[in-house]
Design a protein. Sequence first.
Length: 306
Amino acid sequence: MEHVAALTAELLETDRTAGARRAAPAALRAVASVAATGRRPLRSSCAAERSALMELLQVAAWMLFDAERHGISQRLSRRALALARTLPEEARSVELLVLSVLCLQEEHLGRPATSLRISSSVLAGRDLPARVAAIFHVREARARARLRQGRRALRSLAAARELLADGPCERDPSWTWWFDRSELDGHHGLALADLGDLDGAASLLHEAAAAGDAPAYRSLFSTELASVLARAGAWRETDAWLSGLVGSVPDIGSVRALNALARTTRTIERGPRVPRALRDTSGHLAASLREETGPAHPAFRAVRRP
């Protein structure tokens, strides 16, 4: 049990500081090593052992999601859920974290109805701590925004903001540490982008991107801001923002964030009356992205070489 907990802690630190691009391979190795050394059926092992393994599986599933390895990520999430449901009720709160990641993943993969079904079920069926409820209101809002249910999405976001404003409470699980105002601002911005409010989205994403000492995955908010600016045709602002991101590409640990940058280069390539300076910046960005991930990466199939 101590060995598994130590592996999980090490993975979490790598993910926080360097991101899923570096942490995901280590996560796969950790899961494989634990599976190879397991000797007893999981249901007959002690609850503490099952809990430790569940947390490792959940952490690995999150990292593989952020690394865009969705098949294996979802398999690990299902294994984590199965383990969680064998634990005593007081030890099962991480089940909700797994479900929150599955909600986000389903929306990310273009299945907002499934995401909404999960989030609404959680909100309807449990007496949730305030911060956990806020997380699922955000998940619900992101799904509703993708489904073009604008008013209901905004109501869910308002509920999340009100719950977060109350501050932490004793019932909040320790795993909710990452859900703060910057996280909410970022997801609020992404929801507005899906609803077509690009100015509102850009403002909130800028706030989220400006937050200091953030986990590595939050580079996503910076890269999604570039995408929103390009979609709005704000070419001067896009160029200024992308110019600051080109040099940071080797340090971006979220594959989702890298893919958002690749989408931005495609938007610029197809855009009308794009200034030459921005096309040059976009070309440098595309070259940097290919150098980091390789031209065979799915994100770059539609990106023309400069």
